[in-house]
Design a protein around this ligand. Structure first.
Ligand code: UAG
Ligand code: ATP
Ligand code: API
Ligand code: MG
Length: 488
């Protein structure tokens, strides 16, 4: 493609520059090949503008860089733009071309993977060729591909979207992480609707403060969605009220859901085994549906998903009965097994204070004796949430085991110490397999065990190593050793 086609009218290129042929895109000088456009991006660990010389030496035919970049004559055009990450995303969308005709994005501290999975399932039940992209990978009709990010970088993202469109996928549900929004990873995506689940504490290691964290999530509604598109907001907090108000001010069609929703008002959720019977008010009529999932938060997620499917061509009457067929996203309150005494063991992905509180609250109705919880916190992530999670677990559970999650480049013991500082009475067992063994060995009739923080993950990140590990395997092995019944 010609450079002018990729960064087009926005960059107001001279004719000769616009006519340069571009064979590929990269934001990493180490991946540059002859004829590539190099995007020089200032980052957290490094500054891409320092690698312009290397990129040109490797054959880059042009460079996109922030305004004011010091690039003496490097022999190829260095095009300065206000936000190179945005320019790269638009260029990637144009370079790879095809993307599914109907895409929705969901953002929020928790619930994104669940909502994206539910939207994909509901579209599929409508006979549509649907896929989802996010933390549990690319889930497409014929394949599942693991990703390294919840929201992929724009080049990887648009390569995936072109492949999906090429396979006939017409509907896409994607998770919009706050990092992804802040880094403009989704700016090239044509969206029809956006969902907002909630915003509580997470990622304050990256965003300067809560307001900045919220502002990044608001990009989805302030910039990426256009007037006339639809916003689905779970009105479960005052922050959500602010998001809803912004959506209305921006001319978005608002579908508000949840206990304080105006479009889909959740009137009642009554646990029924490991399901729940929901009563919902829609256009003045009361409806009932049995959701085969545990937890208030799953009802919230189901209605955000219903709103997104309604926003893309379904009627409420069509969608409601389909909620009864929903399956939870892997690692989100999975019933992983039961001991011989009938004590259930749930695996969940809760890794924030609010999520941990919601997961424990979801299981409380099933506890006749004690609720035990095994969890840790990720390294190189928000440190402030560690004592808060220790406090939440201690307040809401009856026995806490503090263990390792993904320490990454931090000392695991330091992470555990931060959690334990607010978890009096907790048992510290660094080795996660051992902690799960120990908790399961102590389960009695009437107990419930929650293993939280890693969910679907199939590895433990220690340093820059990913050690094969899964909570599901650890629970199954512990039950086998104790003669319990591990579910598949
Ligand atoms: C903090 C963060 O999000 N960083 C992401 C970001 O890196 P960065 O721009 O800061 O890159 P950097 O390492 O500082 O380097 C700056 C630039 O110099 C370039 N470079 C660097 C070295 C070199 O020799 N040559 C060169 O050109 C790099 O390619 C980069 O463009 O852009 C990179 C390329 O897209 C991402 O891989 C990287 O994700 C890191 C690994 C990461 O861990 N991100 C996590 C926190 C993340 O994104 N999580 C969210 C949310 C998760 C959730 O809540 O579920 C997600 O969406 O996954
Ligand atoms: N609507 C919700 N409100 C609060 N907690 C939730 C909600 N939905 C899920 N959770 C909790 O958060 C955990 C993560 O859920 P999910 O993976 O759907 O969120 P996410 O937004 O994709 O997370 P991440 O940002 O890590 O990708 C769940 O395992 C559950 O404990
Ligand atoms: N078990 C993971 C969960 C968070 C993963 C994702 N939300 C991120 O922040 O990268 C960890 O804390 O390391
Ligand atoms: Mg996710």
């Amino acid at each position: 493609m010609k450079l002018g086609e990729l960064i087009g009218p926005e960059a107001a290129l001279a004719e000769d520059v616009a006519g340069i042929s571009i064979t590929g895109l990269s934001a990493d000088s180490r991946d540059i090949q002859s004829g590539y456009l190099f995007a020089a991006l200032p980052g957290v660990k490094a500054d891409g503008t320092k690698f312009i010389g290397e990129a040109v030496a490797k054959g880059a035919s042009a460079v996109v860089a922030p305004q004011g970049t010091e690039a003496d004559d490097v022999g190829v055009p260095v095009i300065e733009v206000p936000e190179p990450r945005h320019t790269l995303s638009i260029a990637a969308a144009r370079f790879f071309g095809a993307q599914p005709e109907t895409s929705v994005a969901v953002t929020g501290t928790n619930g994104k993977t669940s909502v994206a999975s539910f939207v994909r399932q509901l579209w599929s039940r409508r006979g549509l060729n649907a896929a989802s992209v996010g933390t549990i990978g690319v889930i497409a009709p014929k394949s599942t591909t693991i990703l390294n990010h919840t929201t992929p970088d724009p080049i990887e993202l648009h390569r995936i979207l072109a492949e999906l469109a090429g396979e006939g996928v017409t509907h896409l549900a994607i998770e919009a992480s706050s990092h992804g929004l802040q880094q403009h990873r989704l700016d090239g995506l044509k969206l029809k609707a956006g969902g907002f689940t909630n915003i509580t504490r997470d990622h304050l290691d990256y965003h300067h403060n809560f307001e900045d964290y919220l502002a990044q999530k608001l990009r989805l509604f302030r910039e990426l969605l256009q007037p006339g598109d639809t916003a689905v907001v779970d009105i479960g907090s005052e922050a959500a009220e602010r998001v809803a108000a912004e959506c209305i001010a921006r001319g978005l069609n608002l579908i508000s859901v949840g206990k304080r929703g105006k479009t889909l008002r959740l009137l009642e959720a009554v646990p029924d085994g490991f399901s729940q019977t929901l009563k919902v008010l829609y256009e003045g009529e009361t409806y009932e549906v049995r959701l085969p999932l545990v937890g208030d938060f799953q009802a919230s997620n189901a209605f955000v998903a219903a709103g997104l499917v309604m926003a893309t061509g379904a009627t409420f009457e069509e969608v409601l009965p389909m909620l009864a067929e929903l399956e939870g996203a892997k690692g989100r309150l999975d019933l992983a097994g039961t001991t011989d005494d009938g004590a259930p063991i749930f695996i969940d992905y809760a890794h924030t204070p609010d999520a941990l509180a919601k997961a424990i609250a979801a299981l409380r109705p099933y506890v006749r004796h004690r609720l035990l919880v095994v969890f840790g916190c990720g390294g190189d992530r928000d440190r402030g949430k560690r004592p808060q999670m220790g406090a939440v677990a201690t307040k809401l559970a009856d026995q806490v085991y503090v263990t390792d999650d993904n320490p990454r480049s931090e000392e695991a013991a330091d992470i555990r110490r931060a959690i334990l500082s607010h978890a009096p009475g907790a048992i510290e067992i660094g080795d996660r397999t051992q902690a799960i063994d120990e908790a399961i060995a102590h389960l009695q009739a009437g107990d419930v065990l929650l293993v939280a923080g890693k969910g679907h993950e199939t590895g433990q990140i220690v340093g820059n190593q990913i050690i094969p590990y899964s909570d599901h395997d650890a629970v199954a092995a512990a039950l086998k050793a104790g003669e319990g019944h591990a579910r598949g």
